[in-house]
Design a protein around this ligand. Structure first.
Ligand SMILES: Nc1nc2c(ncn2[C@@H]2O[C@H](COP(=O)(O)OP(=O)(O)OP(=O)(O)O)[C@@H](O)[C@H]2O)c(=O)[nH]1
Ligand SMILES: [Mg+2]
Length: 420
């Protein structure tokens, strides 16, 4: 996609009245608009039909579909994007009827991810998700469906040459990519073990896309990670070590933004990335306090956390963009309701409160104590170095004297070595 003047013109279509209640649907549409813009297209018109189920052949009813055809001409639209996922048959029929390209929400999100992926890892994950999306849409083993569905906004999507390959080659490519992802997972587990060895807790920033995670990440780390007013700006997880107290180091992680109904192909492909989040000691959930749809976004984030089996994780909630909210009883009530700390990643307001809370939570169960480990039990040192924080270590004639900080459950195991 070229400059702004070359923006592709998109007609958005969707069905109301089955699946969603009114409020959700309003949210879905405004989010859909944002997604279309994020992909670099311009929404020029909307066709919404209220019906119980989509038409199996045309998605819309035949009258609405005719209307759509006229609208394509009137608005000189380049493509049609559907809020609900489409079957290959619906895509083919709509395309034949209107003469323009058809995309659905899942394809659209994959397209945005393809535009944003920067690292090798991100690219592999996105390509895998795209191919898994395309594969079941290949019918008859020919590349025809691929070429129809493959092109996203502009010319991205799996490269043009790939559009001619058949299922077998795609399967082979998928196998290659899976191997690539295995290698990534391995690399991650090595990194993770190293961190565990040093006993450094990991803190992940999670939240809806555009909530301000990267801005907060930068505020806390001075890392200069890109933050922008666009959806899914961050795709590749970034992490930095930071000191939050004299002896307290943490690894802070910025993550990909969540969204309602994240396509499952993406969840699968980004599993390694998301699991990294899942293994964090603590999560900071970032809410966009200035967004009127904060409730829906909150629920969407909870949904993804649930999918990742993370609802019981230790979570600190922050209400970001507090600089855009009038201070006073309203803000106070919101924060109380969400049990959230008001902050502004932009102006730094409330950041100290957040750091305090972080320190409290991370040291909640930590006790410091002196131990004397006889040489016969020296094997236990390894556990201490991995799971506790060793502040002092002296090799004496009778054994090893240590000053350590560790969590209560671990301390229980070391009761008999405690020095009063
Ligand atoms: N006014 C105000 N704007 C903020 C604040 N924090 C972030 N923003 C803006 O919100 C936009 C999104 O910020 P990002 O940090 O990129 O959001 P993100 O959560 O990382 O988004 P993704 O990477 O897409 O998931 C940017 O334009 C930021 O400048 C804040 O505290 N106040
Ligand atoms: Mg970001």
């Amino acid at each position: 996609m070229g400059g702004n003047d070359l923006k592709e013109r998109a007609i958005l279509i969707g069905i109301d009245g089955f699946l969603y209640n009114d409020v959700d649907f309003k949210f879905l549409w405004s989010e859909f608009d944002e997604l279309v813009k994020a992909a670099g297209a311009e929404p020029v018109a909307r066709v919404v039909q209220i019906r119980a189920n989509p038409d199996p052949a045309l998605f819309l009813g035949s009258g609405k579909a005719e209307e759509l055809k006229m609208l394509v001409r009137e608005t000189r639209a380049d493509l049609i994007i559907s809020l609900q996922d489409l079957s290959p048959v619906q895509v083919r029929n709509l395309e034949d009827l209107t003469g323009v390209r058809i995309l659905d929400r899942t394809g659209l999100i994959l397209d945005i991810f393809a535009q944003r992926a920067k690292t090798k890892e991100g690219k592999i994950q996105v390509e895998l998700a795209q191919l898994n999306y395309l594969l079941p849409r290949l019918s008859g083993g020919l590349g025809k469906e691929l070429s129809r569905l493959g092109g996203g906004i502009g010319t991205r999507g799996p490269g043009e040459t790939k559009l001619e390959v058949d299922r077998r080659r795609i399967r082979r490519r998928i196998a290659d990519l899976r191997r690539g992802i295995k290698a990534i997972e391995l690399h991650r587990s090595v990194q993770r073990r190293r961190r565990q060895k040093f006993g450094i807790p990991t803190v992940s920033l999670v939240g809806y896309t555009n909530a301000g995670k990267s801005t907060l990440f930068n505020r806390l780390t001075n890392a200069g990670v890109s933050a922008a007013r666009r959806l899914f700006d961050t795709l590749d997880p970034v992490s930095r070590r930071i000191l939050i107290a004299e002896h307290q180091e943490i690894i802070l992680m910025d993550t990909v933004g969540f969204i309602r109904d994240l396509p499952h192909q993406l969840v699968a492909a980004f599993k390694a990335t998301l699991e990294e989040t899942a293994r964090a000691t603590l999560l900071i959930q970032v809410l966009d306090g200035a967004n009127p749809e904060i409730m829906e976004q909150y629920l969407a984030v909870r949904e993804v956390l649930k999918e990742l089996d993370l609802l019981d994780a230790e979570i600190i909630t922050v209400l970001n963009k507090a600089d855009l909210i009038e201070p006073g009883p309203v803000l106070d009530r919101i924060c109380k309701e969400w049990d959230a700390i008001p902050i502004s990643a932009l102006t730094s307001a409330g950041i100290d409160d957040l750091l305090n809370e972080l320190r409290n939570r991370l040291t909640k169960n930590v006790r410091s104590c002196r131990l004397m480990i006889p040489f016969t039990d020296a094997g236990l040192l390894d556990i201490l170095h991995r799971k506790a924080r060793v502040l002092e270590e002296d090799f004496t004639e009778t054994g090893i004297k240590l000053l350590v900080e560790m969590e209560q459950p671990l301390l229980n195991q070391f009761q008999k070595f405690l020095v009063k």
